[in-house]
Design a protein around this ligand. Structure first.
Ligand code: MAN
Length: 548
């Protein structure tokens, strides 16, 4: 018999098997089955109570009961299929399919832990000390074999090892508690964030609504503005200044022209005077030339001053030209004469009227043709940014909700380990497992990493295999497994996938990696996260002495 049950499961088994108490019972019967063998006359097969035999035929090395229960101390019924390790022992009588009613031959193992060996091992000439340290299963000394009782020695070693193991399990249990607390804290964090996100979203929705209203109002106001011509664009004051400047320039030019005409008339007059003067001298020697009109120097200075540029005269038209007096200024100036309570109303009515006129085509809408105004652009920008904030908050809300609904295993525990990675070398690769994330294969020689699958779900799975002597294994139990799928595509094969099966350990560590089929991997991982899961309580007593 080579199979060794998982130490955790073994502890479970030991406590159940020891529960029945000692008493006189046939060879090979465990205390919890003693009640079936109490009748001094008749024995009823455990799972087939209609089959009755005289008590003397119990352990007569002949198999009478279909469930083998009449041969608890021999191998006569060893051919009957064994009891499933997953069926609780005390419910075996309720089973209808024919298999053994008993888990095996009961070894008392005084000084160590009592256990059952399979019936095939009874009187087979081999001492099965791994399970039956008292050698009681070889009671018939077949072929002269004699199995001495080694329970004192084996029990002592076991207790020493078990003490260390219990200590380790105790630590693991404490670590698990810490992980559960951390997971709870993280969950609370998500719940709190969800609450604030809810409030933020409500606020953002209101803000968006308000900014939508503001944008509509700004657009309406812009639309309602008086249509402006080029002159109106610069305002009425500006327009007036423009006209004054233009008129002054015209006058200056006219004056200049008149002055030139005067000067030319004057020189022609001088010419005529000289002709006349010559004529007079020759014709009337007494002619007294009193001279023509002298140019008025002061007058000319004035003209010079007037025809200078306006700047030289100290007038800077530009100072006034850009000045803008908006239509609303004019409007407000008008409203200033109204009682305050009426002002807003009149303003609104005027704007409404303008909008109605524009909408009905009576007035031209020049607002959009001249490009969006800054006020509209600003309002639009404020609205866009509020809408963005709202979108982001909503996205975040969905993500957090999904995070809260996700299966993080019993007690939400893997929430605390999410993203934490452990790795180990095996063959030409270093393998890495990151909780709730992915598994990776990294060539030791360097080169690209291979994704062996992305986390998809947590599953329960039953494993049934030998437990290695170092205890770093799964044994026979229901386990928590993590499925990883859709990793890097395998040449001529599927996308890589990994099943990670978890066992209880004080520290997170990868125990074993197998490629079960091409690009389908199985990792066995120890972690404190599963130490108390699935009802596998960490046993409190180290040596099991109470049970003997
Ligand atoms: C790589 C590794 C192996 C895998 C082969 C398949 O070498 O990922 O695990 O079997 O590719 O081609």
């Amino acid at each position: 018999m080579k199979r060794v049950v998982s130490l955790l499961c073994l502890n479970y088994a030991a406590s159940v098997y020891a529960a029945g108490g000692e008493g006189s019972r046939p060879r090979g019967v465990g205390p919890e089955f003693a009640k079936f063998y109490k009748d001094a006359v008749t024995f009823s097969c455990i799972t087939n109570p209609s089959v009755n035999i005289p008590i003397g035929r119990v352990n007569d090395d002949y198999c009478d009961c279909p469930d083998g229960s009449d041969e608890p101390g021999t191998s006569a019924c060893a051919h009957v299929s064994p009891l499933s390790p997953h069926t609780p022992v005390d419910q075996s009588h309720a089973r209808h399919n024919i298999s053994l009613a008993l888990p095996g031959f009961y070894c008392k193992n005084k000084g160590h832990v009592p256990t059952y060996v399979p019936f095939t091992s009874v009187n087979d000439g081999i001492c099965d000390y791994e399970l039956c340290c008292d050698g009681s299963e070889e009671w018939d000394h077949v072929g002269g074999v004699k199995c001495e009782d080694r329970c004192q020695q084996i029990g002592k070693e076991f207790r020493k090892l078990d003490e260390a193991r219990q200590k380790s399990l105790g630590n693991a249990g404490r670590k698990r508690k810490e992980l559960v607390a951390e997971a709870g804290r993280l969950r609370k964090e998500v719940e709190d964030r969800l609450m604030t996100l809810g409030t933020e979203i409500e606020g953002s929705e209101l803000k968006v609504k308000q900014l939508e209203g503001e944008l509509a109002e700004v657009e309406r106001r812009e639309k309602g503005k008086v249509v402006r011509s080029a002159v109106q664009k610069v305002g009425k004051m500006g327009a007036l200044v423009g006209l004054a400047k233009q008129r002054t320039q015209e006058l200056r030019e006219t004056l200049e022209r008149v002055r030139q005409e005067r000067d030319s008339s004057r020189s022609r007059l001088e010419e005529l005077e000289s002709v006349l003067s010559t004529f007079k001298e020759e014709y009337n020697p007494n002619f007294n030339d009193e001279g023509g009109p002298e140019p008025d120097a002061a007058h000319d200075r004035d003209l010079n001053a007037i025809t200078q540029s306006d700047k030289e005269n100290g007038i800077d038209w530009e100072e006034y030209e850009g000045e803008e007096d908006s239509d609303t200024d004019v409007l407000y100036a008008f409203e200033n004469y109204l009682p305050v309570s009426l002002r807003g109303w009149v303003d609104q009515k005027l704007r409404d009227l303008r909008v109605t006129l524009i909408d009905s085509g009576i007035l031209a809408d020049t607002g959009s043709s001249s490009g969006e105004s800054k006020a509209v652009a600003d309002a639009q920008q404020r609205l866009n940014s509020a809408r963005n904030d709202l979108d982001n908050s909503r996205k975040s809300l969905t993500e957090h909700k999904e995070g809260l609904d996700k299966d993080f295993g019993p007690d939400d525990i893997f929430r605390a380990l999410k993203g934490q990675c452990i790795s180990t070398d095996s063959g030409e690769y270093t393998y890495e497992f990151c909780f709730m994330d992915k598994t990776t294969q990294k060539p030791k020689k360097g080169g690209g990493h291979t994704n062996m699958g992305n986390f998809v779900r947590v599953e329960r799975m039953t494993v049934d295999e030998d437990l290695p002597p170092n205890g770093k294994g799964l044994g026979t139990c229901e386990r928590i497994a993590m499925k990883h799928e859709n990793g890097q595509h395998c040449w001529n094969g599927p996308n890589r996938a990994t099943t990670v099966i978890l066992g209880c350990a004080e520290e997170g560590e990868i125990w074993k990696i197998m490629e079960e089929e091409k690009c389908v991997y199985r990792m066995e991982v120890g972690t404190p996260a599963v130490c108390e899961a699935l009802g596998q309580a960490v046993p409190k007593k180290a040596d099991g002495r109470d049970e003997l």
